[in-house]
Structures are given as structure tokens and as C-alpha cells.
Design a protein around this ligand. Sequence first.
Ligand code: HEM
Length: 378
Amino acid sequence: MCCTLNHRNYHTKLDGFSPVPQHVPKRGTLLTGKKHVAQRIPMLSGCIYETLRMKHIRLFWFASATLLYTLGVILWGAFVRATGSGAGCGSHWPLCNGEIIPRAPQVATLIEFGHRITSGLALVLVVVLFIWALRVLPRGDMGRRGTWWVLFFMITESLVGAALVLMELVGDNSSVHRAIWMAAHLVNTFFLMGALTLTCWWLAGGGRLYIRRHGLLSAGLGLGLFGLLWLGMSGAIAALGNTLYPSASLLHGLQQDFSPTAHVLIRLRIFHPLIAAVVGIYILGLAVFIDYRVLTMRSMRLVRSLVMLFGIQVLVGIVNVALLAPVWLQVTHLLLANLIWIVIMLLTAEALSQPATLPEHTRVGIFARPNRTRVRTR
Ligand code: HEM
């Protein structure tokens, strides 16, 4: 993954230095806006993992492949919802219209059945990951513990999916009950992706998280994670409102949003962009705070990835509204929402796995004297 020419040159330059190389960017460049070689390297490069110590490289790559595959299944799930195909197999689960393999299926049935087959395979991959980790990792290993959470959230994900079908909270169902289950489904999905991300982090050699020791930082990150969950839940409700009550035009949609007689799912739509604005301001503040507090190159890249992705997501959201939420843009919007979640999980792991208090000579920014430099973690 570490294949960009610039990147390799950059690494070669760094490797020869002591942990406090002179030409590495000064802290707080997020505010000063100064561009440096590190900022021209693609932010989401595989190198986030490369500098960590990997003991079980095949297990790490299998876990990463499972994470990517599960992301694909989640996006297909949004496609099922956006095309209204959730009822494609009737209210049967796990059978499809009472059959193991539907004969003479309609398009909706194929879409829903495809989602069931692919999510079933995701469950199998997670079980393999779990058993593999139990076999090769010692008790107490964080990577091994992580696979327990991955298995737990994959099972609850399947159960929520089954409940949606068996309770017929699919198709044209416009009940508040469905909205609550859709929001719960999204929260569980984020927990599953979070557990998979942390497991990959630990399998790549990432450190334990010292939540209590990092007081303010932990609280700030916790609030950021909660804000993104809240934002995601409001998005899932907006998505449901959009699917059940598509607007004929932007003006018609906006009139509906403010109409006192419109369905509650329509009137709730407007809250999503508002929550995005509030959470966006908070995430920006959190990014600046972490940029000052956490002194690693990896945290710097992750902070910039988070801010960049959030900015792109806001733009995609606005275009989503303007174009009346076409299916391809809904799926793109959900993909970006998951990438934001993965990046903030990695940032949380990077920030909370650092020693709680850093040596005096590395404390810089608003918490110490200026003109200090960043430490490269190894
Ligand atoms: C920047 C942070 C944002 C995040 C993390 C986010 C996240 C989400 C999520 C998770 C969904 C549900 C997708 C699904 O279940 O398929 C969603 C839906 C939606 N979001 Fe956002 N959103 C953000 C910003 C915005 C903004 C700023 C707007 C509009 C101005 C917007 C407009 C929409 C619309 C119209 C939907 C429903 C249609 C769809 O599913 O795409 N979002 N959002």
C-alpha cells in the first residue's frame, strides 16, 4: 500500500532521524495552514498501519478484508432500502418467499436475497476471524478481545435485520416503530464497524487504550463518537423519509419539510443537516484540540483525514438534497459516513494509546511553549 513515490522518499528521509526530526511539520499546522511534505501524501494511506508492529500479518489482512467486505454488505443494505426491496422476500426469514432459493424471482427479490446471501457470508467470515484469533493469540490479547466484540455485533446485526423482516418493518411501512428500528440498525452497524476497525488496529500491533488516564481527551472523543452516532441516526430517519415520501422537486421537498400536516418522517428530515452542522463544528474543535494534544504523525494524518472527509460529506449531503437523493448518491453518502466513523475510531485508538503524560520536551501548542515538533510513533 505504501507505494506512492513521494511517500517512499518521505519515509527514507525520516527513518534515519531520531524521534524528533527537525524538518517534520510544527504542531498546529491545521490552523496555520502551512503546507508541508507530509500533508501532500494521501491522508488515508495504508501507512497508518505500516509503522505498527504486526505479529500476525495474515490475520491482520484477513481482518482488514472482512472489514472492507462488511462495508460492501452495509452499502448493499442501503441499496435494498433505497430501492424499496426490503420486502422482496416477503415476511419470511431466513427463507425467501418460503423457499431456500427463490424460483422465478423479481428484481426486488434478487436484491433482498443478494443482501441476505452476502450478509450471511459476512457472518461466516467473522466466525472464521474469531476462531483464528482464539487459536493464535494469547488470552488477554487486545486483538483477541476485539474479535469477541466483532462476533457479538455481527450477531446482533443479523438479529436486527431479521426483526425488520419478521415484523414487516420493510417496504412501504411508514411507522415510527420502523424509524426507531432503522436508527438502531445504523447504530449497531457503526458499533460493528468500530469493533472491526479497533480489531484491525490491535492486530496490526496498536497499543491498549488508556481511557481513564486521558480524562479530557477521552471525554472529548467520547462526545465526538456520540455526536456521529446521533448524526447517523438522524440520517437513517431522513433516508427512510426520503424513500417513503420522495419529493417531486427541491421546492416541493422543502415545502413538505415545513408543512405541519406532513408525515412525521418528513418533518424529521430537516433535523439531519442541522445536527450535521452542530456535530461538524464540534468535530472541527475536537480536531484542533487533538492536533495540539497528541504528538504523533499518525494522529496528524488522521485529524486531517477526519476534517477532509467531513467537509466532503457535508458537500455530498447538500448535493444529495439538491438532486433529490438519487440511489447512487445515497450509497455514496453512507460510504462516506462509514469512512468518517472508521477514521475517528482510528484517531481515538491512536490518541488514547499514547502515554497519558508526555515528556516535557514534547509538550507544545497552547499547553506549552511554541516551536516544538511532533514525535514519530514507533
Ligand atoms: C457531514 C456529516 C454527515 C454525516 C456523517 C451524514 C450521515 C448520514 C447517514 C448515515 C445517512 C443514512 C444513510 C442510510 O441509511 O442509507 C444520511 C442520510 C441523509 N443525509 Fe446525511 N450526513 C451528513 C451530512 C449531511 C448534510 C450536510 C446533508 C444535507 C444538507 C445531508 C443529507 C442527507 C439526506 C438527504 C439523507 C437521506 C438520503 C440518503 O440516504 O442519502 N447529510 N446521512
